[in-house]
Design a protein around this ligand. Sequence first.
Ligand code: URA
Length: 279
Amino acid sequence: MARTLDTATREALVERVRFYRDLGLTEFYRRPVDAALLTADPDEQPGAPGLASETWETNSKPILFQEDQPIPSRKPTPAPPQVAAVPAAERASALQLIRDEIGDCTRCALHAGRNRLVFADGDPNARLMFVGEGPGADEDAQGLPFVGRAGQLLNNMIAAMGLKREQVYIANVVKCRPPGNRTPAPEEANTCTQFLFRQIDVVRPEVLVALGATAATYLLGARQPLAGLRGRVHSFRGSQLIVTYHPAYLLRDPRQKKEAWADLQIAMRELGLKPPAKD
Ligand code: URA
């Protein structure tokens, strides 16, 4: 019986391959396919439009991204002077305490328009953390960060680094959706970042990636043009901080994906992650 990928998986693969092409990566290798990904879907016709199977069919060499590859062990991270490190086994509950303290927050005006508060997503012991600006409509509906179109692109960026989304930690400058997705006002951001900073102190990632100007501004404590902040390593509360473009901006201007990829490679270098194989 012919087995095909289900529609959602195939669309995700198409999107992933497009993303790699935008980065200038064009060689793909096939590895054994997880049987769980394959379905005998009666609605799917073999040869249906989507990802051409020959895209994945070449010979033998290792693949561009290895989803089962564990993240190499931690480098010692200098502790932020102001807080003691939370032992790895206690980080999930320490984060839960912060979430509990935030509660049904009314500390700033953003609470009035929110459906769900978006705390964070991912591994409390992650070596890599991403910080975005604030929830959009999808995130506000689901209560999770980066689950809309920008989130799909972020997932692809994470996968291009050889990681899974579940291996990183993702949060935002503000936890409630600004009306119309406007930039959070300084009083909103400054009210909310006390909790973001405490999340960072608990997770204590080796590398923090600021996605876009708002995250860079509130992590670095000064508003500066993104161009001057990218391409180098800053430091924030004991983590190495890399600044790159926000995925929503990359969706509007895909030509900048190569620049973003260069930034992610700095993050990979700091984490000791090997860049994907290129031939
Ligand atoms: N944009 C952000 O900055 N954060 C999200 O969670 C989603 C979109």
